[in-house]
Write a protein that binds this ligand. Structure first.
Ligand SMILES: *[C@@H]1O[C@H](CO)[C@@H](O)[C@H](O)[C@H]1NC(C)=O
Ligand SMILES: *[C@@H]1O[C@H](CO)[C@@H](O)[C@H](O)[C@H]1NC(C)=O
Ligand SMILES: *[C@@H]1O[C@H](CO)[C@@H](O)[C@H](O)[C@H]1NC(C)=O
Ligand SMILES: *[C@@H]1O[C@H](CO)[C@@H](O)[C@H](O)[C@H]1NC(C)=O
Ligand SMILES: *[C@@H]1O[C@H](CO)[C@@H](O)[C@H](O)[C@H]1NC(C)=O
Length: 614
């Protein structure tokens, strides 16, 4: 129970007073089936006493209204633009009806579940339950599934509910979600790997040539390219930015200190003082260097990258690092009641219990959309809508596998084994702003690195291409109604059948993402990925917020409605780059918006002009 009590700021052990019929009121019917994704295979029944932390997502009372508020307060042409909602308003909108709560309590109590607590808005019920009881509750059978890479999850492919609860409960996990929230850099980080883009020419512009080195791209280069160089912050004390860590990633303060000493010395002391928030047993930012064991496992590269980029770009804005624990992969051990939930929801639940949250949050984690059941993806995405309605910009990275993977063998549908492009989640959620990657300088082009021999003489198996695509779950949001159909039309049938032309397309914007100068494990090296682009874009947005706050204007908030109606003019269009993926030549990078680089990279002075806050 330790986990639950730390998870919830409003933990109410509920003992609902309801009339208790002895048997379920209606018969069970299957609520949801989700194919077990490829690469996962059943190892047999789960141990009956394995403990699950189960999260029951109740149908939210007035989500449609919340969404309306979200779009109004995020639309620069609406009179309510910038009038963000307080957390209490959000809770009122998403709270389920009393009747739903009563009926769900009754079902839990009649199944012997009498200890539970709620998320702050009461839209999630948390219970801690053994597999045997969960199987009875959901009329299902849990198995241990193992991924090709050896990690394991306790899951089931289908689950049931009494008929009268079908419309009251959106989702229950862990059941059929196989999502693993991987850092978008995990597979391909390479040290000393100096593959050079074919035909790369150093910049002819002297200013850029002086500060931008393709083999080690520094803060000074980003600041020069995006026009943030020399910007004097006016109100950092009223500003804020944060980043997310999962999977035991946590900032390693000594490495961050050394990085900042090299590239932004004024910020260096901050490496030891910026705020670390631990959620559900996530590890605190570390004051000691990595141990040899941690280093050998590539520990915390993502968190170190995020912290170096954000502190380096935005100091002295207060920075918060969120480390959320309880995440897979783990090895099933009946003696260790390991939490196996996707940590996104754990984090979102924590955030929804906080009175104030940072203005910008960067999150560089995700997985294939098809590993997540639709109902669950929708609910997690709705949690992100709530963050947007509060006036916070949530950036997520678009992924590092182009339209799905390097070749066709990696781009296979769960449902029928057909070859399709594989979109990533939560990149595909319409309520986040998704960031793709670019490389080189004059011009910047979509990020792409071939696998194979690097100039260091080592054989690198990793393939990297800016994540791109169209959701199979989320329909195209209205704000994309102009640019996306135009792009699809221009494709003229290319890749037909491989993607959903009516889906939410991503990314929305992009930023540099190849060979960031990177200090980790006591050594200066480099690192690449949309994992790098995301904190970089987030940093520029935080600087924009400084100018907005100083002008007495609201912060950016949910960016997309502004971005697609006006804001795009403040981005430098990217029109080239290799996008080879899934055995095809990928989505073309075109003039205007495209699903590889979005509207392009930020032009800070231009964005300030557009927002009238220079
Ligand atoms: C060179 O790049 C800098 C920084 O982006 C820019 O301000 C300047 O106008 C460029 N010079 C030329 C000649 O394009
Ligand atoms: C981490 O640093 C230690 C000490 O310098 C070194 O021995 C080790 O090889 C490094 N590990 C990696 C993965 O870079
Ligand atoms: C898909 O392929 C796997 C083997 O790779 C096989 O076990 C499975 O039955 C196939 N599914 C369908 C629907 O053909
Ligand atoms: C793009 O990358 C692929 C795979 O590495 C390569 O075969 C192809 O020649 C590249 N295309 C261009 C135009 O550089
Ligand atoms: C590099 O590794 C790949 C597999 O990862 C292999 O197919 C290829 O032959 C190797 N190339 C060289 C030059 O060693």
């Amino acid at each position: 129970m330790l986990y639950l009590s730390s998870l919830l700021s409003v933990a109410i052990a509920a003992q609902a007073a309801v009339a208790t019929p002895i048997k379920a009121r209606t018969a069970y019917e299957i609520k949801e089936i989700h194919e077990v994704p490829r690469k996962w295979s059943s190892q047999g029944r789960a141990p009956s006493d394995h403990m699950l932390h189960m999260q029951i997502g109740l149908k939210q009372g007035k989500f449609d209204e919340l969404e309306r508020h979200l779009y109004e307060v995020s639309d620069p042409d609406h009179p309510r633009y910038g009038q963000y909602l307080a957390v209490e308003d959000i809770h009122d909108l998403v709270a389920p009806s009393e009747e739903s709560l009563d009926l769900v309590h009754e079902w839990l109590l009649t199944n012997g579940v009498d200890k539970f607590n709620y998320s702050p808005a009461k839209d999630w019920i948390n219970i801690y339950i053994d597999v045997e009881s969960a199987e009875r509750l959901l009329d299902t059978e849990y198995s241990v599934y193992e991924h090709e890479d050896g990690s394991q999850l306790v899951r089931t492919s289908e689950w049931s509910l009494p008929k009268h609860l079908h419309d009251l409960i959106d989702t229950i996990q862990p059941t059929n979600s196989f999502m693993r929230t991987k850092p978008k850099s995990a597979d391909w980080i390479q040290f000393g790997d100096k593959w050079t883009p074919p035909g790369y020419k150093p910049p002819s512009n002297e200013t850029i040539a002086k500060v931008c080195n393709i083999a080690s791209v520094t803060l000074e280069c980003f600041n020069t390219l995006y026009g943030t160089l020399g910007y004097k912050q006016k109100v950092p004390e009223f500003n804020s930015i944060a980043f997310n860590n999962y999977l035991n990633n946590t900032p390693i303060r000594p490495d961050i200190f050394e990085f900042l000493k090299l590239y932004n010395p004024a910020a260096a002391p901050e490496a030891f003082t910026f705020k670390s928030v631990e959620i559900a047993g996530g590890p605190a930012a570390q004051f000691t260097p990595l141990t040899p064991f941690e280093a050998a496992n590539g520990a915390s590269e993502e968190a170190v990258l995020d912290a170096e980029t954000i502190l380096g770009m935005t100091f002295p804005i207060p920075v918060t690092s969120y480390s959320t624990g309880g995440s897979p992969p783990f090895v099933v051990d009946i003696n260790t009641p390991t939490d196996t939930n996707e940590p996104y929801l754990t984090w979102a639940t924590y955030i929804s219990g906080q009175k104030t949250i940072p203005h910008v949050i960067s999150s560089s984690y995700g997985d294939d959309e098809q590993t997540v059941p639709k109902s669950y993806a929708e609910r997690v995405c709705r949690e992100f809508a709530q963050i947007g309605a509060r006036g916070t910009t949530l950036f997520v990275s678009s992924g590092d596998d182009g339209a799905g993977a390097a070749d066709a063998s990696g781009c296979v549908s769960n449902i029928d084994n057909s070859t399709i492009f594989l979109p990533a989640f939560p990149a595909s959620c319409p309520y986040v702003t998704t960031v793709g990657a670019v490389q080189e300088f004059e011009p910047q082009v979509a990020a792409f690195r071939e696998p194979g021999l690097g100039l260091d003489g080592k054989n690198h198996s990793s393939y990297y291409a800016s994540g791109s695509g169209f959701s199979n779950y989320f329909p195209r949001p209205n704000f994309q109604d102009v640019v996306v159909p135009a792009y699809v039309k221009a494709l003229d049938g290319k890749h037909k059948g491989l993607y959903n032309p009516n889906g939410r397309a991503y990314p929305d914007v992009s930023a540099q993402g190849l060979y960031f100068a990177f200090f980790w494990n006591g050594t200066l090296s480099d690192i690449s990925g949309t994992s790098a682009s995301c904190p970089l874009m987030s940093s520029v947005a935080a600087l924009v917020n400084d100018a907005l706050i100083a002008s007495g204007k609201p912060t950016l908030g949910f960016l997309n409605p502004w971005l697609y109606s006006k804001g795009y003019k403040g981005f430098t269009d990217i029109t080239g780059g290799n996008t080879t993926s899934c055995g095809t030549d990928g989505f073309p990078v075109t003039k205007g918006w495209d699903p590889v680089t979005g509207f392009g990279t930020p032009d800070f002075p231009e964005i300030l002009s557009l927002l009238d806050c220079r």
